[in-house]
Design a protein around this ligand. Structure first.
Ligand code: PMP
Length: 425
């Protein structure tokens, strides 16, 4: 057991020897010891309900028994070969993963992170189309590598040096904060409080944002483009949802200009949105390339790119190699995660507990002035504070209704205390 002095010691080492650009969400970050399913435990033995899951990474639960046992077995057998050789784990995993995807998305590249997956996806769009320009949304986060930084459009991640040539940002179709959008625009159990003039099947906000998208295509890029990258729900920027039907029209416009569509499912994939396994399915589109990471490995470092045979063949003109991508341990982890999602009914749980939690949080929005918006789908939840801060909730998908009640209560208490303090000032 660590003595209490150890905390200060750990903090000192962190300050002295670990990347100083680590932004901590806490003035005093937790010193963690152990995790089990939706719970984390610190060195003092305190238990925490984990509503952030290492930023949406722990999908089926910390140290999920099934995933842990499968990993331990593989660790004792074979860690690494590089996939120039064969090992059943990679074949089995590729077959299993693609069974969750519609045709023609059947070719898998395994990577070690989301940035790497998006790097490769961007590369594929350029190699295949022989065009260069890629469009992305303002507010998106797609990675921190020099290539993906071009499509990461969040100020604090920009460092003012050359990166990501050929990337143009377009207006984010944000129905809460943007100029258009309102009560019936988004696919969420909770709508914005702003009224809109839409009726069934007619969304003026969607049309306005599509006009903006066309404007970007007409003014910022050449006639033909390489592609477009977007998350089905924007994650890091605060669970931002687009008007229904927007993405479908955007995909069509991109394809008319020769581009490929990338769906970044790093946060929205693997059942998190509840109603569907992949976020793109909630928009009724089929992308040309899907990228994955985080929840794919429940915390194990891995990522994937899935595309069509035709697109993959363009990369096969020359060599492409990844030392660790598709190692047997990662493949076994990935397969066990897919099994756990199915066996534990986690997609359904995301839908049930997520919807319940969203509706409970919506009651707080109606009561507290500082809660501007409650949005999301399944266990991908955002609460926008009108002082401009967004609170993001993306717990392991195994949390229960009881946990949701506890979380809502904690949030309510925090809001009440905030209001009391504000009144005292
Ligand atoms: N895409 C999205 C949507 C992400 O949220 C992230 C990480 N926050 C990434 C890509 C990059 O993943 P990684 O940190 O594994 O490189």
């Amino acid at each position: 057991k660590y003595q209490s002095y150890a905390y200060d010691h750990m903090l000192k080492i962190r300050e002295r020897n670990i990347s100083p650009s680590l932004v901590t969400y806490y003035k005093k970050p937790l010193l963690l010891h152990q995790g089990y399913m939706q719970w984390l435990f610190d060195y003092e033995g305190r238990r925490y309900l984990d509503l952030f899951a290492g930023i949406v990474t722990v999908s089926v639960g910390h140290c999920h028994p099934k995933v842990t046992v499968a990993t331990q077995k593989q660790l004792a057998r074979l860690w690494h070969t590089t996939n120039i050789y064969m090992h059943p784990s990679i074949q089995e995993y590729a077959e299993k993963l693609t069974s969750f995807l519609p045709d023609p998305l059947k070719v898998v590249y395994l990577t070690n992170s989301g940035s790497e997956a998006n790097d490769l996806a961007m590369f594929l769009t350029r190699i295949y189309t022989r065009n260069f320009d890629i469009i992305c949304f303002r507010g998106g986060y797609h990675g921190g590598s020099p290539y993906t930084l071009g499509v990461t459009s969040i100020g604090p991640y920009k460092h003012g040096i050359a990166n990501g040539f050929g990337c143009s940002t377009t207006m984010l179709p944000d129905v809460f904060r943007g100029p258009w959008g309102g009560s019936h625009c988004r696919d969420s159990p909770v709508q914005t409080i702003r009224k809109c003039s839409c009726s069934e099947g007619v969304c003026h906000a969607k049309d306005q944002y599509v006009e903006q998208f066309k404007d970007t295509l007409n003014t910022c890029v050449p006639k033909t483009i390489a592609g477009f990258i977007a998350e089905p729900i924007q994650g890091v920027n605060g669970t931002v949802q687009y008007p229904k039907g927007f993405l479908k029209e955007a995909y069509q416009l991109v394809r008319e200009r020769g581009g490929l569509c990338i769906s970044d499912e790093v946060q929205t994939g693997f059942g998190r949105t509840g109603s569907h396994f992949w976020g793109f399915q909630t928009h009724d589109v089929v992308p040309d390339i899907v990228t994955m990471a985080k929840g794919i490995g429940n915390g194990f470092p891995m990522g994937a790119v899935v595309t069509t045979k035709e697109i993959a063949s363009s990369l096969a003109q020359n060599l492409h190699f990844n030392t660790f991508g598709g190692n047997p341990v990662a493949c076994v982890v990935g397969a066990a995660v897919l099994d756990a999602i199915e066996e534990d009914g986690l997609q359904k749980n995301s839908e049930e507990v997520g919807t319940y939690m969203l509706l409970e949080f919506a009651k707080l929005r109606d009561k507290f002035e500082i809660v501007g918006d409650v949005r999301g789908k399944g266990l991908m939840i955002g609460i926008e504070m009108v002082t401009n801060k967004t609170f993001r909730i993306k717990p392991p998908m195994c949390i229960t209704k009881r946990d949701a009640d506890f979380a809502v209560e904690v949030f309510r208490t925090a809001l009440e205390r905030h209001m009391e303090r504000a009144a005292e000032k």
